[in-house]
Design a protein around this ligand. Structure first.
Ligand code: ADE
Ligand code: ZN
Length: 351
């Protein structure tokens, strides 16, 4: 910490406004999960795609999820409207503009190529569209963007290996690989070879683990896939030895509070285990996951969490914002500059 911060003098209302204005990084956002219903219907009309929902309202009514799979079924239906490079560009550009309003200065966005290539969309269409929006966001919004290619874990490892090879002509456009989709019954060890190959290629490694799946999945993501961050990871608390290890190794957890409530991982935000994760010394970050489906972008996640959990302090807020930079895949110099900006915002509070 470069500047003294008077945490004790930050009032609750002030803290909520600090959360909104503070610079932050978002490390867990599925770009297909940022497709708002209005854009889904606009793209469906443009591309002549028939949706199993009559209109925007009917689609929104389907956003009553009971678990991860019930969400994924709707999410894949929504993604079916993406056909051209311009569609991927429009989707990502809408997210970047929205994220910039939340003072996101750096984001690492997940994309699911298999969702598109399985429908006959070329890999280059997906990556070029996303990359065009990312370059524009960097130029026009001053937003730093990295892409992370995710494998769908309900498919087999050969499909993931073929997907990675198919993406290699655009190797310079993505920094890492991840693992998402249906967790239960699809443990990380299913993907050991493709993660080893990604590692050989110099890619950074992350995986969803411990969202619905058991702590053993977090362990195998660390030991067999050798991931550097765990997406969600909230079920780690069931395994004290694992918690001690995550704390000791400072493995970032990209936690998504509104997602966890929408997918029934926790009953409500007031029962989220973030206070316990922080008390255990874990490197927790706050993220939106699939903001168009879960009722909020990153600032909504921060503000609603702090409104629901009075035990969370200004020090916790600062720690999670700082963790977002420390856990990101950028040069140390950039991390340092953003942390200085964060410190300046927090230090501006007069004792
Ligand atoms: N794909 C999009 N959102 C996801 C989530 N929360 N968990 C697993 N896969 C996903
Ligand atoms: Zn996710």
């Amino acid at each position: 910490m470069t500047l003294p911060i008077a945490f004790a003098h930050i009032s609750r209302p002030h803290l909520l406004s600090l959360l909104r204005v503070a610079p932050k990084a978002e490390l867990h956002i599925h770009i297909e999960g940022s497709l708002e219903p209005e854009l889904i219907f606009e793209l469906a009309a443009r591309n002549g795609v028939k949706l199993p929902y009559a209109d925007v309202e009917a689609l929104r009514r389907a956003y009553a999820f009971t678990n991860l799979q019930s969400f994924l079924d709707v999410y894949y239906a929504g993604a079916s409207v993406l056909i051209t490079e311009a569609d991927f560009d429009a989707m990502a550009w809408a997210y970047f503009q929205r994220a910039a309003r939340d003072n996101v200065v750096h984001c690492e966005i997940f994309f699911d190529p298999q969702t598109h290539t399985a429908r006959g969309i070329a890999m280059g269409v997906v990556i070029r569209g996303l990359d065009a929006a990312a370059r524009r966001a960097e130029a026009e919004l001053g937003l730093s963007v990295r892409l992370i290619l995710c494998f769908l874990r309900h498919l087999d490892e050969d499909d993931a290996l073929a997907t990675l090879e198919a993406a290699l002509p655009w190797r310079d456009k993505f920094v890492g690989v991840g693992l998402d989709s249906s967790e239960m019954g699809h443990p990380p060890e299913k993907f050991t070879r493709v993660f080893a190959r990604a590692r050989e290629l110099g890619l950074r490694l992350v995986a969803h683990a411990g969202e619905e799946g058991p702590p053993a999945y977090i362990r195998s993501a660390l030991d067999l896939l050798r991931v550097e961050r765990v997406d969600h990871g909230v079920r780690c608390l069931e395994d004290p030895e694992l918690v001690a290890r995550l704390a000791r190794e400072r493995v970032p957890l990209t936690v998504c509070p509104l997602s966890n409530v929408k997918l029934c991982v926790f009953d409500d935000l007031g029962h989220h285990n973030i206070p316990a994760l922080l008390a255990a010394g874990l490197c927790v970050t706050i993220n939106s996951d699939d903001p168009a489906y879960f009722g909020g972008y990153v600032n909504d996640n921060f503000v609603q969490l702090f409104e629901s959990l009075p035990s969370l302090t200004a020090r916790d807020a600062y720690a999670m914002l700082r963790n977002s930079f420390e856990g990101s895949f950028v040069e140390d110099e950039d991390k340092g500059l953003w942390i200085e900006e964060l410190d300046t915002v927090f230090a501006a509070i007069e004792p």
